[in-house]
Design a protein around this ligand. Structure first.
Ligand code: HEC
Length: 96
């Protein structure tokens, strides 16, 4: 009984974590395409690359924290992106 309850609890918590993650990925996509940071102008609307590099497989190449640093390179003024927004953008880029 207790075991069943804890399994249900774990699945429930996992569901929440997944939903929160999915929300930050879609938020990150919107920010990537938004005019506040206009990342897409150099990296392509689907992250396919333009004057800047594309992001295919970038999630395998870098860790989340490495990407946070790389993604801050064009933040106006340098390094001044909202960290939560940057984290959401990186979560999105890692799905490309
Ligand atoms: C003005 C053009 C421009 C804009 C705007 C821009 N980037 Fe970049 N980005 C580049 C170029 C060029 C590079 C490669 C050389 C470098 O790091 O400067 C790069 C590199 C990167 C890399 C490293 C990719 C790799 O494989 O090494 C990441 C991650 C990145 N950009 C994320 C972002 C994010 C997120 C935004 C929006 C907040 C953004 N960039 C806005 C031009 C741009």
């Amino acid at each position: 009984m207790t075991r069943t309850a804890s399994i249900v609890g774990i699945l429930f918590a996992f569901g929440f974590a997944t939903a929160a993650y999915a929300a930050s990925v879609s938020e990150g996509k919107a920010l990537f395409l938004g005019e506040k940071y206009h990342c897409y102008t150099c990296h392509g609307k689907n992250g396919e690359g333009a004057s800047g590099p594309g992001f295919q497989g970038v999630g395998k190449k870098y860790s989340q924290s490495e990407m946070m640093k790389l993604a801050a390179h064009r933040c106006p003024p340098t390094g001044a992106c909202n960290p939560k927004e940057l984290e959401a953008i990186v979560s999105f880029l890692r799905t490309i």
